[in-house]
Design a protein around this ligand. Sequence first.
Ligand code: CTP
Ligand code: MN
Ligand code: MN
Length: 499
Amino acid sequence: MFHAAVGPCVRKRSKPASVSVPRHAVKFKEVRLYLVERKMGSSRRSFLSQLARSKGFIVDDILSDDITHVVSEDSRASSLWAWLKGCGLKNLSKMQVLHISWFTESMRVGMPAPVENRHVIQDTPPALQEGLAPTPMALISQYACKRRTSTDNKNKILTDAFEVLAENYKFSDNKSSCLVFSRAASVLKSLPWTVQSIEATQGLPCLREHTKAVMEEILQFGHSFEVERTLSSERYQTLKLFTSVFGVGPKTAEKWYHRGLRSFRDILAEPSIQLNRMQQSGFLYYGDISRVVTKAEAQALGNIIDEAVRLITSDAVTALTGGFRRGKEYGHDVDFIVTTHEVGKEEFVLRHIIDCFKKQGIVLYCDYQASTFHMSKLPCQSFEAMDYYAKCFLILRLEASQVDGGLTCDEGDNRGWRAVRVDLVSPPMDRYAFALLGWTGSTQFDRDLRRFARFERKMTLDNHTLYDTTKGEFLTARSEEDIFAHLGLEYIEPWQRNA
Ligand code: CTP
Ligand code: MN
Ligand code: MN
């Protein structure tokens, strides 16, 4: 239900103080916007209001009969209309009640976009009201960055199967088939309903013949023969085992498999194999780091980092990123961004944290990579290159006493500590929004953001910048919201990026 929290209702225009006075030049006098706070939230509402004003739009903070366009992020028509009707407006029938997509399009083109049917939030007859009809297929985008994907996957049986095949293609270095199955899995993860028949998937994007055939098998027989065959193949099982070791990628795994090695014992007993430092640690701490990391453990690591930072500066900013920022309960590691308000000091702070950990005796493995970041290298041409920031891949010793609720250990394990994988990255503050967006993931979400930027907007996005090829300029961003706005995309919250 809508209530007072959405902001004041109708008020006479005789109180000019309560109506925002535009500080920017007004370009579109005939258009007067009102943004509904519900679902949008107040900080995003004020950010978008400012953005629109800076582009010459009039935005009122109060809903009055002078408003021409009501913009809502919440597209559930019945509650929105019930609220609007309760506001005592005389002009409601003449107002455009529009979905936020109209607003983002208008911001992108810098003027009021023509109103199309798809923008209009109609006052629905009771029988068709919310919740009953699933989202029309035509509205589900081929781009993960235009879909909202929570951690609540309603199609896990299908997506797990697709991911097995995607992984198997990755092992064979077949990137395009790998992508076909990853994309199909990603689309199904975004559905708020469970696929129960192949007919129900009519019109969904990214489902090819092959993915449909696998889906059909599962819907009909409860499992897919192709997936079963893959799972039981010696090659898949061995490569899966080998790549589960920290520092072993598909290439190395394939090389070992090709030489006839099938188990960890085979590898460790083979005198001609020289494990690098990363792989040695991978084997040494295998039991711990192949186990999931919990939210409480991630939280404990956040505290340890904050403590170390506090010892040297009050200027630092630390942020949890990766899967935990997307609201996941478990992860394979914990990812943090560490930076400073003062540009140029961030790398020093990262090094200090590591020194501090070393003094505490909790560093089990450390691969520090100094920054190679320089604006002159940008924009990056390669599509999925690693970023240039100072970073550190770690294995840390985490004490049970530091974790709220203790550690979840195997029976008989009373060491009182575990090894955990931790990633730290240190972008300069003026790059923070780009780094945060990139490191929050998911990988599929990031991939589609870049693809969308390139093919739909002629822009290049990476972990460092957003570059507009048409204008030949870098676009500045202080927050993730700014980046979505530059791309003309609705903002997707971190917990909706589990594509
Ligand atoms: N990432 C990156 N550059 C790196 C390493 C990672 O941009 N050198 C990004 C990845 O693309 C991903 C995010 O950082 O979007 C987090 O990576 P990772 O920890 O591998 O995945 P998570 O999504 O956190 O999943 P998990 O919970 O399994 O850790
Ligand atoms: Mn992670
Ligand atoms: Mn990581």
